[in-house]
Write a protein that binds this ligand. Structure first.
Ligand code: OAD
Length: 251
C-alpha cells in the first residue's frame, strides 16, 4: 500500500491550484490551545458568554479579563511551527496558491506565507468602538481594564466575535479560491464553524481533491475527504514538503 504522505505528494505535485484551509490545530504545536476537544478553550469558558459580540458590548471589562488578556499574552510570544513553515514552503515551491485561515494569530504570515485570507480577522490590531482609531495590540496598556483608546473609547480586537459577519472581502475571496482550486488541504480544523466549514464543500462540488491533516477524524473525513492524513501538522507537513520536493527535482 502506498504511504499516504507519498500519495498526497503525488497529488499535490501535479495539482494546478492548491488552496489550504487552516484552523486552530495548526497552531497547537506553537503552544496555542485549540477551541474544541482535549485542552480546548471552550471546555473552560462558554463562548456564548465570553466570545459573543453581545457579551463583549454588555460587559467589555469581563471579556477582556477572561478571554482577550490571556490571548494577548499567548499570542505576543507565539512563533510558527513546522506546520506553518511547511505551508509557506509549499507556496514558495509554486504548489500552494492561498491559505484561508480561521486563526487570528498571524503565524502563517510570520512563517512566510504571502497570500493569506484571514477569515476571522487578526488579533494584531485593536479598534476603538467610538472613533474607529486602530492601535497595535502590542501597544495596548493592560493596566486599565477594559483598555481604552486615547479618545477614551473602549478597544476591541479586529477579530470576528460570534454573532458578527465575516468581513465581506474575506468571505467572497475564500469562496472564489475554493471554487477554483483543484486540491484543498484542510489542516487542523474541526470543520464545525460556519461559514468557514463550507469551503471544503465548495471545493469538492467543483471537483477538487480534499486532503485533510488532523490527528482526529472530523465531520469532513467520512463525507468528503479523499485522503485523510492522521497526525499533527508539525509532524506531517515537513514530510509532505520533502516528498513534494523530491518529485519536483526528480519527476
Ligand atoms: P477547533 O478547536 O474547533 O479544532 C481544532 C482541530 O485541530 C481539531 O479537529 C483537532 O483534532 C485538530 N488538531 C489538534 N492538534 C493538532 C495538530 N497538532 N495538528 C493538526 N490538527 C490538530 O478549531 P477551529 O476548527 O479552527 O472562531 O475552530 C473554528 C473556529 O471556532 C475558530 O476560528 C473560532 C472558534 O470558535 C471564532 O472565534 C469566531
Amino acid at each position: 500500500m502506498t504511504d499516504p504522505i507519498e500519495h498526497a505528494a503525488d497529488i499535490l505535485s501535479k495539482a494546478k491550484s492548491t488552496v489550504a484551509l487552516t484552523g486552530a490545530g495548526i497552531s497547537v504545536e506553537s503552544g496555542i490551545p485549540p477551541f474544541r476537544g482535549k485542552g480546548g478553550l471552550w471546555e473552560k469558558i462558554d463562548p456564548m458568554k465570553y466570545a459573543h459580540i453581545d457579551a463583549f458590548l454588555d460587559n467589555p471589562e469581563t471579556v477582556w479579563k477572561v478571554l482577550i488578556k490571556d490571548m494577548k499574552t499567548l499570542l505576543d510570544t507565539a512563533r510558527p511551527n513546522p506546520g506553518h513553515t511547511g505551508l509557506a514552503d509549499m507556496e514558495r515551491l509554486g504548489i500552494l496558491k492561498t491559505v484561508i485561515t480561521q486563526n487570528v494569530d498571524g503565524l502563517h504570515q510570520m512563517a512566510g506565507s504571502c497570500d493569506v485570507i484571514e477569515f476571522h480577522g487578526n488579533f494584531a490590531w485593536q479598534s476603538c468602538l467610538d472613533c474607529n482609531r486602530r492601535v497595535e495590540t502590542s501597544q495596548v496598556d493592560l493596566t486599565r481594564m477594559p483598555p481604552r483608546c486615547i479618545c477614551g473609547g473602549i478597544l476591541r480586537p479586529d477579530c470576528v466575535f460570534f454573532g458578527e459577519m465575516i468581513p465581506d472581502e474575506a468571505l467572497v475571496r475564500s469562496q472564489q479560491v475554493s471554487a477554483a482550486c483543484d486540491v484543498m488541504l484542510v489542516v487542523g480544523t474541526s470543520a464545525m464553524v460556519q461559514p468557514a466549514a463550507t469551503m471544503p464543500f465548495i471545493a469538492k462540488d467543483n471537483g477538487a481533491v480534499i486532503i485533510e491533516i488532523n490527528p482526529e477524524p472530523t465531520p469532513l473525513t467520512a463525507r468528503i475527504s479523499n485522503l485523510p492524513l492522521l497526525g499533527g501538522a508539525g509532524w506531517i507537513m515537513p514530510r509532505l514538503v520533502e516528498a513534494i520536493r523530491r518529485r519536483l527535482t526528480c519527476p
